[in-house]
Design a protein around this ligand. Structure first.
Ligand code: UDP
Ligand code: MG
Length: 323
């Protein structure tokens, strides 16, 4: 008993800190050049709001000095928490690591490259406080290269169509969410790369908030090759069975052509009295293709079901966690 009484008391910091109202989640990959400034400006802005908050830095397996900066920040600034993934898993799994640790009623996501301006935080937070489930950042005068904005436009168009939600900027990662909008889809975030599209496709209400956007000091972490994969990911993720549509289309077109060629063959046969073997052979080939198309559509349905089940694997493994 005496031992227990003299045992060192745990640091009072967490026990005494009020529960955060706002959680800011920042995924980072090799951002040693900007992380310190991003956090300094975000902390100053959030402090000025006068609400309890936390800032969660998720280091997505950086190979530069990013984690050392995160460790320093955690030691110096009580609202900062940090988690480091074992390797580079990608921005969206990193986002999941942060979101699943966030305890605020309002959760804001932000990039660490200073393209987003931390001073815009109050606008997003106010929009969620005003009753929206999602405050969707819309980059005004986007300062990115043509090679970066063109794929974005394509992806935006696809997501508007597939989700049925008409917002301008699905790709902007600077957004605020109410906790109740995030929680139902938390298990899928990270598996799908567009968190905002995922939350909105689950029926959350949205207001758009205009944000300033700065050029990036160094290059985007996304190469053109990664962007093509991203577009494919959107197709596979938000348009679940393209293979099914392709199958139905092939089946229907070839089916109609089979009928047309068959009728044409019979007409030629009756009028000329000569059996048009080649024409009927063509019709047969088209008929087989039509059946193949419908089989492809069926396979698409099976694959869709298997995909939904299989995606239960762990998204990432944690290396260290500080708070
Ligand atoms: N990021 C990450 N993991 C990655 C790639 C990027 O955590 O594998 C982070 C990156 O550090 C930044 C944010 O995700 O904070 C957005 O990345 P970037 O600015 O390169 O993307 P873009 O602005 O071109 O969409
Ligand atoms: Mg950026």
């Amino acid at each position: 008993m005496a031992e227990a009484e003299t045992a060192a008391q745990p640091a009072p910091r967490l026990a005494e800190a009020p529960l955060p109202v706002v959680s800011l989640v920042v995924p980072v990959y090799n951002e040693e050049g900007t992380l310190e400034e991003v956090c300094r400006r975000a902390l100053a802005t959030l402090e000025s709001l006068g609400k309890p908050f936390e800032l969660i830095v998720v280091d997505d397996g950086s190979q530069d000095g990013t984690w050392a900066i995160a460790e320093r920040l955690v030691a110096a600034e009580p609202p900062v928490r940090a988690v480091r993934l074992k390797r580079n898993f990608g921005q969206h799994p990193a986002m999941h690591a942060g979101l699943s640790r966030a305890s605020g009623d309002i959760i804001v996501t932000m990039d660490a490259d200073l393209q987003n301006v931390p001073e815009d935080l109050p606008k997003l937070i106010a929009a969620v406080e005003g009753g929206a489930d999602v405050a969707s950042g819309r980059r005004r005068g986007r300062e990115d290269s043509w090679g970066r904005t063109f794929p974005s436009k394509m992806v935006n168009g696809m997501l508007r169509r597939f989700t049925g939600v008409d917002i301008a900027d699905f790709g902007c990662a600077f957004n605020a969410y109410s906790r109740s909008a995030i929680e139902p889809v938390l298990g899928v975030i990270g598996k799908q790369k567009f968190t905002k599209a995922l939350v909105l496709s689950a029926g959350a209400s949205v207001v758009e908030v205009d944000l300033s956007h700065q050029p990036r000091a160094d290059g985007s972490r996304y190469s053109p090759f990664r962007l093509i994969r991203l577009a494919l990911h959107v197709l596979a993720g938000f348009w679940p069975q393209p293979i099914q549509w392709a199958g139905v289309l092939i089946g229907a077109i070839c089916g109609l052509l089979t009928i047309a060629v068959g009728v044409w063959g019979i007409v030629v046969w009756v009028v000329n009295g000569d059996f048009p073997g080649l024409l009927f052979l063509g019709g047969l080939v088209l008929g087989v293709l039509a059946v193949q198309g419908f089989i492809l559509a069926l396979v698409g349905e099976y694959l869709g079901r298997i995909q939904r089940d299989v995606e239960g694997r762990p998204l990432y493994t944690i290396d260290q966690e500080l708070s």
